[in-house]
Design a protein around this ligand. Structure first.
Ligand code: IPM
Ligand code: MG
Length: 356
């Protein structure tokens, strides 16, 4: 089993280091190889996704990814910006199915900005289509001048686009996932305004015919954003496009107390996967040792479960995370009075200790 380790930028390096320690402590035989990605790769090789990094990612059974991005690269030509590395990995490896579970651990109910009764017991699975939509429309990246003035251009546009096979396969992923859960899927669209999402909705309805045992409903994205904070527990599996999924998953993460808790898995048709926390590189807190490594550690658990077929090891990690929360360890983002504030490394250490 080969794992590519791509820590990236900002807090990426700090949180991935903790997840790697946890993986190493499992007593399983992995080959791990590390490479630069994002701004770090740009500094060293002049490109956010160098050939060598892409090659390593393609060869690996799974990829553990930290985060990319820093404001200091905002003025770079778009193809050279750190974010292009993760988009390039997703596209090149065909990682179309992004799983973003939002689970509110009982110990963190108080850390959510919503009332405890709204989030207690929350367990939502957001399934975000990851390789289509406006993220990958044509043309893109028209900014030609680094001064930010668009060098005389008087318009800019991105195209929103989905193909039938793209919508069909993500709909199947959602219905299959729902079969293993409470058999309910909410498809989020903007069919009242956008042709792309009327198309999406129609195809989801078609695919649903093969899954009569699963209940399907549809919701406009603006309403979904509202319902997520009004009555989040009405959702179980939510399936949506790339752009809406990006936004709604950030929103859902806060229901769980902190975006620092939310892992994610991005899979292709061969179940090869990239695993990353849903949060970004947080340059404002990078290097301070205060970032929450739990989303990355939980992403490593998803990797063991989905791509490496090590269910037992995945269970062990998830149980260890529950245990450290029960023991009262909290990084700054989930701290509340009466609990014990710990650093990134101390949290990693606590998980290691709880593994046995
Ligand atoms: C995410 C991130 C990325 C996205 C960025 C870093 C390109 O926000 O994974 O949610 O927009 O998909
Ligand atoms: Mg995002």
């Amino acid at each position: 089993m080969k794992i590519a380790i791509l820590p990236g930028d900002g807090i990426g390096t700090e949180i991935v280091a903790e997840a790697v320690k946890v993986l190493q402590a499992l007593g399983l035989k992995f080959e791990m190889e590390q490479a630069l990605v994002g701004g770090a790769a740009y500094e060293a090789h002049g490109h956010p996704l160098p050939e060598s990094t892409l090659k390593l990612a393609k060869q690996a059974d799974a990829i553990l990814f930290g985060a990319v991005g820093d404001w200091k690269y905002d003025k770079l030509d778009r193809p050279l910006r750190p974010e292009q590395a993760i988009l390039g990995l997703r596209k090149n490896l065909g990682l179309f199915a992004n799983f973003r579970p939002a689970i509110c651990y009982e110990e963190l109910v108080g850390a959510s900005s919503l009332k405890p009764e709204l989030v207690s017991g929350l367990d939502i699975l957001i399934i975000r289509e990851l390789t289509g939509d406006i993220y990958f429309g044509q043309p893109r990246g028209r900014r030609t001048s680094p001064d930010g003035a668009f060098a005389g251009a008087d318009e800019a546009f991105d195209t929103m686009r989905y193909t039938r096979p793209e919508v069909e396969r993500i709909a199947r992923v959602a219905f299959e996932a729902a079969r293993k859960r409470s058999k309910r899927v909410t498809s989020v669209d903007k069919a009242n305004v956008l042709e792309t999402f009327q198309f999406w909705k129609d195809i989801v309805i078609e695919v649903h015919k093969d899954y009569p045992d699963v209940a399907l409903d549809h919701m406009y994205v603006d309403n979904a954003a509202m319902q997520l904070v009004k009555e989040p527990k009405r959702f179980d599996v939510v399936v949506t496009g790339n752009m809406f999924g990006d936004i709604l998953s950030d929103e859902a993460s806060m229901l769980t107390g902190s975006i620092g808790m939310l892992p994610s898995a991005s899979l292709n048709t061969q179940n090869q996967g990239l695993y990353e926390p849903s949060h970004g590189s947080a340059p404002d807190i990078a290097g301070k040792g205060i970032a929450n490594p739990l989303a990355t550690i939980l992403s490593a658990a998803m990797m063991l479960r989905f791509s490496l077929n090590q269910t037992e090891a995945a269970d062990r990690i998830e149980a260890a995370v529950k245990k450290v929360l029960a023991q009262g360890y909290r990084t700054a983002d989930i701290y509340s009075p009466g609990t014990q504030k710990v650093s990134t490394a101390q949290m990693g250490q606590a998980v290691l200790k709880a593994l046995s």
